[in-house]
Design a binder for this molecule. Structure first.
Ligand code: SF4
Length: 429
């Protein structure tokens, strides 16, 4: 059986044109998907033999797992909920409700990737657009500190570089592509212009570009250690001001290097200045399939996009205090619920030591370092393969996920909903 218009929820492109072939109880083909998407469909579309719940490695039934996990969370003084970037927005919404009832912290993968973009957005505003506008209008594409050829393999072909658009009928020939990075990456081969800047100099380059766009003349000598010549800088500024519709896609090369949210603020301010000359926008290259969704869900429910604390009964936001690495490294969190993420494999060693030393509950569709280290692990079904749901594409457009296979496992939303109900009962006692 072939199912068309299926969404690949692996990366922030959330491509919704995948043709999935189902044979029996498994997915055997994922037409149109890139290599990452194919791997996601084939691995998640294969039956698993993991138990639905485990306590210290021993299989238990779902009720027992829920009860034990709810007790761990309800008894904690400062519980943490973390992850949520690869699950549905329905599950994210329940997780916010659980964090509020627990009076703990909720943080998502944003705090270790595009958190600085969220802070910059709140500081200076976000001049942005949709990927549909990029496809139909953009004649200048700037990738800054991102490598879409490897991280988002269909981004260039589906949205930004080669597609023919309403006002870009020539497709690739009608666009200029600029890549700014600290090293040549495979994406450089697709660029017309590659600008190699020195590590940690993004802010200086962005600020100088903003000055040029505002009609000022930055000090030539101050540009010497950025890696770019003055002519390269003025050439880029002229090209930006002279295009009809330009877009900067920023990656973690900008947000997770020296300057962080100052870098992204400088990029937003550059785009704001460019809009006095032409149409320009900026879109963060969000990694996981629904990491944009968790920012949206948290923001509409609490006002803040990540690192939210409920210990006083109302939401508070303070990156560096309520964010996962900081909470764990300082030894503050005393129980953790991790949903659809693998922090044990990705966070700094000090944070991982704390995470694996406290009662850890993990929900995931497959075995990971985190589920292996968890005191209580739940196996859940995959949103977009086994259950419907909603994800947000990197340009904040909600996309509805289809179901293509049945699963014996509950969804993340089901498990979190049951945890929420049980925690409420325990707190009422
Ligand atoms: S680009 Fe991303 S969303 Fe699209 S098929 Fe590849 S992994 Fe999936």
């Amino acid at each position: 059986m072939q199912v068309d218009h299926v969404v690949c929820a692996f990366c922030g492109c959330d491509c919704d044109d995948i043709s999935v072939t189902v044979e029996g109880d498994r997915i055997t083909k994922a037409g149109n998907a890139c290599v990452l998407g194919k791997s996601w469909f084939l691995s998640h579309g294969t039956p698993s033999d993991l138990p639905v719940a485990r306590i210290e490695g021993r299989p238990v039934d779902l009720d027992r797992g829920i009860d034990e996990a709810a007790r761990c969370l309800a008894n904690a003084r400062y519980p943490l909920i973390y992850g949520l970037s690869s699950t549905s927005s329905e599950a994210q919404r329940k997780s916010v409700a659980l964090a509020e009832v627990l009076g703990g912290c909720i943080d998502c993968c944003t705090s270790v990737c595009h958190g600085p973009s969220g802070m910059a957005l709140q500081g200076v505003g976000e001049p942005t657009c949709t990927l549909g506008e990029v496809k139909n209008r953009a004649d200048l594409i700037v990738y800054w500190g991102s490598n879409p050829a490897e991280s988002h393999p269909r981004h260039m072909a589906r949205y930004a570089v080669t597609p023919k658009g309403m006002f870009v009928p020539e497709g690739r020939k009608g666009r200029t592509v600029v890549l700014v990075d600290v090293r040549p990456t495979p994406s450089a081969r697709a660029a017309d212009i590659f600008l190699l800047i020195k590590p940690g100099k993004d802010f200086e380059v962005l600020w100088a570009l903003q000055a040029l766009v505002n009609g000022q003349k930055p000090d030539v000598t101050s540009m010497e250690d950025t890696g770019l010549t003055y002519d390269q800088l003025t050439g880029l500024a002229d090209r930006m001001m002279g295009c009809k519709f330009g877009v900067i896609f920023v990656g973690q090369g900008l947000t997770q290097t020296r300057g962080r949210h100052f870098n992204t603020s400088a990029a937003f301010l550059l785009v704001r200045a460019l809009n006095r000359h032409t149409k320009f926008a900026l879109i963060p290259m969000r990694g996981h399939g629904n990491v944009t969704g968790v920012d949206n869900v948290l923001a509409w429910q609490t006002g803040y996009p990540f690192g939210v604390n409920f210990s006083l009964g109302y939401p508070r936001f303070n990156p560096g205090e309520y964010t996962v690495v900081d909470l764990l490294s300082r030894g503050e969190a005393d129980a953790a619920l991790v949903v659809a993420a693998d922090p044990v494999a990705s966070l700094p060693a000090k944070a991982v030591r704390r995470l694996t030393g406290i009662p850890l509950i993990a929900l995931d569709t497959h075995e990971s370092e985190t589920t292996r280290s968890a005191r209580i692990a739940f196996t859940t079904s995959t949103a977009g393969i086994h259950v419907r749901g909603t994800v947000y594409r990197m340009d904040n457009i909600p996309i509805h996920l289809r179901k293509v296979l049945d699963s014996a496992y509950p969804s993340d939303e089901d498990v979190i909903d049951r945890l929420l109900a049980r925690v409420k009962e325990l707190k009422a006692c």
